[in-house]
Design a protein. Structure first.
Length: 362
């Protein structure tokens, strides 16, 4: 084999997205290894089979392939559904179609680059409740100002009464009033945090330092349950651009939740890695940015599907003393960093929280 041919073959099989070469008769001539993992079919099984078997009942895809063969046109960001084993098992994909040219510029086939969009669609679906935060913002700010003004008056009056009343029993009643006013005031403040735009001070951040600072704070709390942390860190993880204080708020909330969900003697895993599942295009980035993933895995009771759907809904909580704002605020902070949060759980099998954050641009 000639050296250029070997280089081309190595490139073909090294691409992490799916790659297939389609003949003028619309059959599959070649495919790379990523196709096997994506479609759950061996390359031998799909060789010389009609392209339609991978994308059944989608004539618009076949029409575009024919147009590429005839005109040499290219198509980008074509949405389609890939089929696994049977046409009933489908998953979302994004296609790029290009002509396969011989040395004399004649079109001998079509190259299709296939990106699995399953993870991105899952993230988008999970975080749709975050859209409510925009509508909640104006309402929260208005209510917050209306509520906080009378709260200040109630608290001040209670304090003055406490000074004038001599009976200790009455002091206790007024202490309850002051405590409850402070609790409501704190809740209102958190509502305002959801609505108020926060300035993010980005700097090079080592996510392992952020995590370790939190684990030191929570180590004693978890030790009371005879639990222990298990850190599985990728030592080669690159830096990210982030507001360290805000990320600490996110991971402190997520790790506290995981500790509360963990049984006595439980193990809480903190895993870091580079994520190749998706890339994010941001307003300040000229090209999509890859991400790191931080996974927090507990061994608790897990959650049913209905509970998972409401996790990011403001004021929804399963805790007796919870405000229902911890996860929505965490989501807002992560999305302000152009990141994503994914939560997967199953009854009896624990919960995994994945936080994806863009890698620093070089």
């Amino acid at each position: 084999m000639k050296e250029p041919d070997r280089i081309h073959q190595n490139i073909f099989f090294s691409v992490i997205d799916g790659l297939i070469l389609v003949s003028p008769s619309l059959s599959i001539l070649h495919s790379n290894l990523a196709i096997e993992d994506m479609f759950h079919k061996s390359r031998d099984a799909i060789a010389n089979r009609p392209l339609e078997e991978l994308f059944p009942r989608q004539p618009q895809i076949i029409d575009k392939v024919r147009k590429v063969l005839v005109t040499g046109a290219c198509y980008h960001d074509v949405e389609a559904k890939g089929a696994r084993k049977t046409a009933a098992i489908q998953f979302p994909v994004n296609l790029t179609l290009s002509p396969y040219l011989e040395s004399d510029d004649t079109i001998q086939g079509v190259i299709i680059l296939i990106k699995n969009m399953s993870l991105i669609r899952e993230l988008e679906e999970q975080q749709r409740p975050a859209d409510h935060l925009t509508n909640l913002g104006a309402l929260a700010m208005g209510l917050a100002h209306e509520i906080r003004n009378p709260l200040g008056g109630i608290r001040g009056s209670a304090q003055l009464l406490r000074q004038d009343i001599r009976k200790t029993a009455h002091h206790e009643y007024l202490d309850v009033v002051i405590t409850e006013v402070d609790r409501i005031n704190q809740l209102v403040k958190r509502m305002m945090d959801l609505a108020r735009p926060v300035e993010i001070k980005l700097k090079d951040t080592n996510i392992h330092k952020v995590l370790e600072d939190i684990l030191i704070l929570e180590k004693e709390t978890f030790a009371r349950k005879n639990g222990r942390f298990q850190q599985i860190y990728d030592p080669s993880l690159p830096l990210i651009e982030a507001d360290e204080d805000q990320l600490k708020q996110v991971f402190l909330n997520l790790i506290k939740n995981a500790i509360e969900a963990s049984p006595k003697g439980g193990i809480l895993q903190i895993v870091t890695r580079v994520s190749s599942g998706f890339a994010v295009k941001t307003p300040i980035a000229s090209v999509p940015r890859n991400n790191i993933a931080v996974e927090i895995i507990d061994s608790g009771e897990g959650m049913d599907e209905e509970t998972q759907k409401k996790l990011f809904t403001p004021f929804h909580t399963t805790k007796s003393k919870g405000s229902g704002l911890g996860l929505p605020i965490s989501l807002k902070i992560v999305e302000d960093h152009h990141g994503k949060i994914k939560i997967t759980s199953e009854k009896g099998l624990g919960t995994t929280v994945q936080v994806f954050l863009p890698i620093r641009q070089r």
